[in-house]
Design a protein around this ligand. Structure first.
Ligand code: GAP
Length: 482
């Protein structure tokens, strides 16, 4: 296909125009960095979540899934370190009053420089962040004359740390109320249920607990559409291992997760590993799986070796014994006995994964037809396995018994996969609409169907059409969506 392009602003409009993503509370002018998923977006998101859930729980006998509440006891966040440490260095511009995350401000400036200078600036920034050197970071901003995008001045405040957790009150105002937090990660719901799951599920180390769900962060600079949101969804898995084996499992999960992304159609060359320079308060090793988004290489998933930090902290704060008795034998022939398991975590943002899939899928195509005329289309090449609608069923015209045959096919297929029925507009226009929403297969019922029980199947990616038996449609589509 000639002249393919991949354009981010157009992708954002496309998501809105075709019912994938809407700005939250749009009729009230929206709420910054909060989005709603429309009819197709919700289905694509569910398909991605289902793929992840299946790969984690169904495909691994030693991983089970849970669904913990968003609200948790406030001490959880004290124990986990989020109350004291979950903050980002921020700087304000005195003229515009606009607040920036320091790393984002510097990264934004680095993108405007040539490659070598940009990389040098980022390396310097990484060094200062790793040393928690806030005055040094301010110096870096000033010496590089980094300006506020609004006021265009370098009139900066000192850098301060801001906690990213949202808080609210539980209980009525009249009663004694307590501050609770909207969870900034789903992981803690897993840690506090470690003993419940291990005992009731008779889980033997190594084993994992998986969970998907909403997380909330008061991101100051929320940018790039659904890449950085204030309310988002995580898909996390905590893998509990014997102390001393964590690096082995860290490497295992690093490779396993990259392979999984490739299995849902993300090309290997669009993914890379990035080791963390500054480790979070709970980690002894950490890396990001980055994807090459239209706006550059950015984190898609985190793999973290969280040591025994979380379980030890929860044991300390709850005054409960949170340990595991391992009766396997060590090299000296004695049971390993009681210990606090170490944890390797995989944590991917579902919204970021959605954006990854959409930015790979979106294409504007133009080509010259055999008769010399020009043609074009916008197509979402979403892999058939995760596409929200799998099959469009299209009677050529609205009469002569064609809709009846089409509806019968619809009834036969809809229990097996998501179908879409459409009888309005010319067939070419309907095909283009299905391309635009990413439907991988269309079946057209025409007058020949009445004579020989065959239909035309059209493939979205190469627009090829072929005639197949009506009775073959369900099996063929089921096979192609894998
Ligand atoms: N439990 C570990 C943890 O939360 P993280 O690296 O802060 O680690 C994990 O987050 C993943 O969650 C990220 O790789 C990203 O995909 C997603 N994520 C984090 N903050 C996000 C935000 N503000 N908007 C959308 N996704 C976000």
């Amino acid at each position: 296909m000639a002249n393919e392009t991949n354009n981010f602003p157009e992708l954002i409009s496309h998501c809105k125009e075709y019912g994938y993503i809407f700005q939250s509370s749009e009729i009230y002018d929206g709420l910054a960095a909060v989005y709603d998923y429309g009819q197709l977006g919700a289905q694509l998101k569910k398909n991605l979540r289902d793929e992840w859930w299946k790969s984690m729980t169904q495909m691994h006998e030693n991983i089970v899934g849970i669904d913990a509440a968003i609200f948790m006891h406030p001490t959880v966040w004290k124990a986990s370190g989020h109350v004291d440490n979950f903050s980002d260095p921020m700087i304000d511009n005195r003229d515009s009053n606009k607040r920036y995350r320091v790393d984002h401000l510097i990264e934004g400036h680095a993108e405007t420089l040539d490659k070598e200078a940009g990389e040098a600036l980022l390396a310097e920034m990484d060094k200062l962040i790793a040393a928690d050197d806030l005055p040094g970071l301010k110096n870096l901003i000033e010496s590089n004359k980094i300006k506020c995008a609004i006021s265009k001045t370098c009139n900066w405040t000192d850098i301060r740390q801001f906690n990213l957790m949202f808080s609210t009150q539980i209980g009525s105002v009249a009663e004694e109320s307590d501050t609770i937090y909207l969870r900034p990660e789903t992981a803690q719901g897993i840690f506090v249920n470690f003993l419940n799951v291990q005992k009731t599920g008779r889980m033997k180390i190594p084993f994992g607990i998986a969970q998907t769900g909403k997380a909330f962060r008061n991101e100051i600079v929320a940018r790039q559409f659904i890449f950085r949101m204030r309310e988002f969804e995580q898909m996390e898995m905590q893998f509990f291992v014997r102390p001393g084996t964590q690096m082995e499992w860290y490497n295992f999960w690093k490779d396993e997760r990259k392979k999984w992304h490739q299995s849902i159609g993300i090309p290997g060359e669009k993914l890379r590993f990035h080791d963390h320079v500054k480790l979070a308060h709970y980690a002894d090793a950490a890396l990001d799986i980055e994807f090459e988004f239209p706006f550059g290489w950015k984190e898609l998933e985190g793999i973290h070796s969280r040591t025994d930090f979380d379980l030890t902290q929860h044991a300390k704060f709850s005054k409960k014994k949170i340990q595991y008795f391992d009766n396997d034998l060590n090299p000296e022939g004695k049971p390993y006995g009681n210990y606090t398991p170490f944890v390797v975590e995989t944590s991917v943002g579902l919204d970021r994964l959605f954006l990854t899939v959409m930015s790979l899928a979106y294409a504007e195509e133009k080509w010259t037809k055999e008769d010399g005329s020009e043609d074009s289309r916008v197509v979402l090449r979403i892999p058939a396995k995760i596409a929200p609608t799998k099959l469009a069923i299209l009677p050529l015209i609205k009469k002569d018994g064609l809709p009846e045959i089409a509806k019968e096919l619809m009834n036969d297929c809809k229990g097996s996969f998501m179908c879409f029925y459409e009888e309005k507009d010319a067939i070419g226009k309907r095909y283009r609409r299905m391309d635009a929403i990413g439907t991988p297969f269309c079946v057209t019922i025409d007058h020949q169907t009445k004579e020989d029980n065959t239909v035309t199947i059209r493939y979205r990616d190469d627009m090829r059409q072929e005639r197949i038996a009506l009775t073959e449609v369900k099996n063929l589509v089921s096979k192609l969506i894998g």
